[in-house]
Ligand binder design. Structure first.
Ligand SMILES: NC(=O)c1ccc[n+]([C@@H]2O[C@H](COP(=O)([O-])OP(=O)(O)OC[C@H]3O[C@@H](n4cnc5c(N)ncnc54)[C@H](OP(=O)(O)O)[C@@H]3O)[C@@H](O)[C@H]2O)c1
Length: 358
């Protein structure tokens, strides 16, 4: 975030002659305090802390070498402003690439933390870590989800080089294969639409390397599942329609549940903010799951893939459900821990992802 007020103030301090500076500084500090208290580019500092100018030495967290000193930084200024000052010295490190820490291996400081909040006064040291090239969070999601949607359908229509020319462009006649293609397509189309219209992410960017890692997972599993389900030798489930429609009912139920939770998350966060609240059920009955687990969107997502695996009766389908569940369980446990840490009144009976169990 750019803060012209701070920039103006800093340049003022640098230009003044020594005597004028002595006289003017007190006045400027007073004025600065007034302006900053109205400005949106910093967080209101600790009520007990007084405004002061701080010299911040920036050390490279990896090499431990000094990179620069940011002089005369107001202690009520947020880390986001510090990042802009640092970018002026190192333009290659744009703000979303920067992470500042109190310790070389410590946690990244938040953009709205102020030096006063962190009890940093007069002279202090911050460690800088380069997070590497960044890419927008939504871009990662579009890339992750558009791939599986299209890849699955290439096997469904049976491109000539996949199963041989005799099957080219002749989709399977098994009803379950058609239903599976529809479910898979709807699932990823839903995710793309949610990325565009529902999710309100709190992080703007993530390291570009994540695109490759996540895409390999989603694209790989979609192609693998689709290859077997659309294979000319594929055989429908042992228990026929009963199994197919049970799996389909579970899938539809869980997709609706997942969408409902995402809409509930949206309503918890005002547009443009990164506010996080304790999630609670809304008027939508699917959200009652919030009474039981912290991340019901993951519970429903896992349920969808269990339904899909049951419906198609494929080992790869089951494997995707298991791997996806393991990954989401790990995230859910982390989010659950954070909720409990952040909100002392967080409901004690809630589990992370599996009601009453995990
Ligand atoms: N099959 C699989 O292997 C697999 C794996 C992972 C995810 N998924 C699917 O992808 C979906 C999205 O995944 P995700 O990991 O991004 O889900 P998520 O972290 O639960 O978040 C979904 C959205 O809701 C916001 N949000 C979460 N908790 C909130 C709260 N308490 N208050 C306000 N906003 C909140 C998140 O913002 P933040 O940016 O602040 O987090 C994000 O924008 C999942 O629900 C699931 O359907 C599938």
């Amino acid at each position: 975030m750019d803060c012209p007020v701070v920039r103006k103030f800093l340049s003022l301090g640098g230009d003044c002659a020594e005597e004028q500076e002595k006289k003017g500084l007190e006045k400027s500090v007073k004025k600065m305090n007034e302006i900053l208290s109205k400005s949106s580019c910093h967080k209101q500092a600790n009520k007990n802390s007084h405004f002061s100018l701080v010299e911040v030495e920036i050390i490279n967290a990896k090499t431990k070498q000094k990179m620069c000193t940011l002089e005369r930084v107001g202690n009520t200024v947020g880390i986001s402003v510090l990042k802009e000052l640092f970018q002026k010295k190192y333009p290659q490190f744009y703000t979303s690439r920067q992470s500042f820490r109190l310790e070389p291996r410590g946690k990244s400081l938040k953009d709205n933390d102020t030096l006063a909040d962190l009890n940093l006064t007069n002279e202090c040291i911050l460690y800088f870590k380069d997070l590497g090239p960044q890419v927008g969070w939504s871009t990662v999601f579009y890339c992750e989800y558009a791939g599986p949607l299209l890849l699955y359908l290439l096997f469904y229509i049976r491109l000539p080089f996949i199963y041989g020319s005799e099957y080219a462009f002749k989709p399977s006649e098994h009803q379950v294969v058609q239903i599976a293609a529809l479910c898979h397509t709807i699932h990823y189309a839903k995710r793309l639409l949610e990325t565009k219209f529902v999710h309100r992410f709190s992080h703007g960017t993530m390291p570009i390397a994540n695109i490759f890692r996540n895409s390999v997972y989603y694209w790989g599993f979609a192609a693998w599942m689709s290859y077997f389900i659309n294979h000319p030798l594929y055989t429908p489930p042992c228990y026929g329609d009963t199994q197919i429609y049970t799996g389909l009912a579970i899938f539809i139920f869980c997709e609706l549940g997942n969408l409902s939770i995402h809409l509930a998350f949206k309503s918890l966060r005002p547009a443009g903010s990164t506010k996080r609240q304790i999630p609670k059920p809304t008027m939508n009955p699917f959200t009652l799951m919030f009474n039981l687990v912290s991340c019901p969107n993951y519970t429903y997502e896992a349920g969808s893939w269990i339904g899909f695996a049951l419906m198609t009766q494929t080992v790869v389908g089951l494997l995707f459900a298991i791997v996806g569940f393991m990954q989401m369980a790990q995230w859910a446990l982390g989010k659950h821990r954070n909720y409990r840490k952040e909100f002392p009144d967080y409901p004690r009976t809630r589990k992370a992802i599996v009601p009453f169990i995990l």
